[in-house]
Design a binder for this molecule. Structure first.
Ligand code: GAR
Length: 210
């Protein structure tokens, strides 16, 4: 099977991006090349991480486009030019257009810091997720990697892992423990995708040994 060409979209510090960079370097992610990192945020540390690792880093400024459709089209064009096979959303805080999702159907994966379908959907991102988790008082949260469809956090789930919420937890301490799990799940999901081990049956993602 040909090597999968990956683009990561990231808006912030990019620790999940780093987990993909490291996964490729240390052989946990196979059959993959990280071709491009795109950010909507000029100051995203994710762009620095890309450059430090010899990966093309592209800031595409949303303000220079008429609206979200045009902005998404510009990213799509950048991906197509580089013949990208898989798009990884790693802390990417913008919503993809329907045209984008159609163009990369079943080839976009996202990491989310809760056990979907809890604490997800519009308005649930980053620290807010953990704040809501603590306010609600659930005893278990976690991380989810899923395919992206036209909804917000509604696509088929690839991997999930639970994290216990401790009585003494703060937003910060909980975010840190969940992040550690994210850094395991995301590279694992990328590896499974790139080795052709993921098959979809309706909403279910079947993991096949390969
Ligand atoms: C991660 O916790 C990721 O799961 C979350 O943003 C953080 C980005 O951290 N994503 C979402 O909330 C998407 N809905 P990072 O920039 O260090 O990877």
């Amino acid at each position: 099977m040909a090597e999968k060409r990956i683009a990561v979209l990231a808006s912030g510090r990019g620790t999940n991006l780093q987990s993909v960079i490291d996964g490729i370097k240390n052989g946990n992610i196979n059959n993959a090349v990280l071709q491009l990192v795109v950010s909507d945020n000029e100051r995203a540390y994710a762009l620095e991480r890309a450059m430090a690792n010899g990966i093309e880093a592209l800031w595409i400024n949303p303000r220079t486009f008429k609206g979200s459709e045009d902005y998404n089209d510009a990213i799509l064009e950048a991906l197509r030019k580089r013949r990208i096979d898989l798009v990884v959303l790693a802390g990417y805080m913008k919503i993809l257009s329907a045209a984008f999702v159609r163009a990369y159907r079943d080839a976009i994966i996202n990491i989310h810091p809760s056990l979907i379908p809890s604490f997800c959907g519009s308005g649930y991102y980053g620290e807010r997720v953990h704040r809501e988790v603590l306010e609600y008082g659930v005893k278990v949260t976690g991380a989810t990697v899923h395919f992206v469809d036209e909804g917000t956090d509604t696509g088929p789930i690839i991997l999930q892992q639970a994290v216990e919420v401790l009585p003494e937890d703060t937003v910060d301490s909980l975010a840190k423990r969940v992040l550690r799990i994210e850094h395991i799940l995301l590279p694992r999901a990328v590896d499974l995708y790139c080795r052709g081990c993921l098959r979809k049956e309706e909403r279910r993602v079947i993991i096949e040994a390969n």
